[in-house]
Design a protein around this ligand. Sequence first.
Ligand code: PHB
Length: 416
Amino acid sequence: MSDASSLLSPVLVGPYLLRNRVVMPPLTRNRATDEFVPTARMAVYYAQRASAGLQVAEGAPISEQAVAYPRVPGIWNASQRDAWRQVTDAVHAAGGVIFLQLWHVGRVSHSLTQPSGELPVAPSAVRIEEGEIYTPEGLQEFEAPRSLGTDEVRAIVQDYAAAARNAMRAGFDGVEIHGANGYLVDQFLNDQVNRRTDRYGGDVPNRLRFLLEVVDAVAAVWGPDRVGVRLSPSGTWMDCRDTDKKSLYSAAVEALGERSLAYLHLVEPTIAGSMSVEASPDAISSAYFRHLYSGTLIVSGDHTLESGAKAIDNGTADLVGYGRAFIANPDLPTRFEQGAPLAEADRALFYSHDDKGYTDYPTIEEERHLTALMAAEEAGQLSFEAVRRALVNGDPLAQVARSQHYARAHFAPEPR
Ligand code: PHB
């Protein structure tokens, strides 16, 4: 059994004393409404996972233009803002701390998704060559986006500020700016995507300008100590390429280091979007950025209990994010503490519609209870009728036992 004590020790992030260093990073799950309004189901899901030291709620588009995917929860209008309250109230009632990730996808969208059927926007009219994008009419190739005018860029900075104010009124404890994974902020950073000749393009300081204006506008709303930034310095997902990622992200990290933010959140080099990949030969390790950043550092991607504890012990990180593990293990810190086995997340249900693969992953305690219930039933000590009665009386564990038993009896195991 590994020693999880360093992961389970408290840590100060901005003004918040977090109970542990296990972070639930932002995870797109598509459980909002077709109008991009958060749902009660989402409140259940986040509350189930509130034992994380910090939860960063999934990317929330800051405007209609910022959307790429269906049923993502927005933060640009009053209905969305008020519906997020269910989530923040449920998490706070469970003793958790929750930030919201502010998201604009830029060119990672499609005219079939965009308001009034317009082209998606980007720093320059450079198309994503690889891959396809989901649209209401099925998968499509990416289009060449429309290049933003200088005034439009300033207007988007203001959209971030407005979304930040909405997040505050929705009851979040802070916000994270999504600067990773090839979305809009990352598109401004990388020289193969940003071909602008105005003050937002060209040399590194110009390409950093959009990120820093967004950070400063959002920090003016929240105070810098309640604002985090996420970057993916080794990522090339969504064709986000630069001739010198090391210089680019070093400059970005140093500029962020001057701003006394809540944290910097780095995506590890083995992650491409939501998938694990081989790190590229020129990947830059998170440890490299540790030397450039004296504030609080979160690293996320492919960590185990062992690697996460080690990162904290040797000082490469202050907190560690566990995305897929948190999907399948709502009580992840408890499992770490007990050295209990981790359940595997079912990828086929990452972006589906309902509770299946979302709110129905049991805690380790529920799993044990369930195993006992099923064993008792199979040994004839507990009648099917007794389980049914418990079910009718609303015992959620009986409900899980019943459905698992039923699934085992009637269906072959689903392929993963
Ligand atoms: C995804 O939906 O797969 C996704 C969304 C946002 C990210 C990465 C992946 O930053």
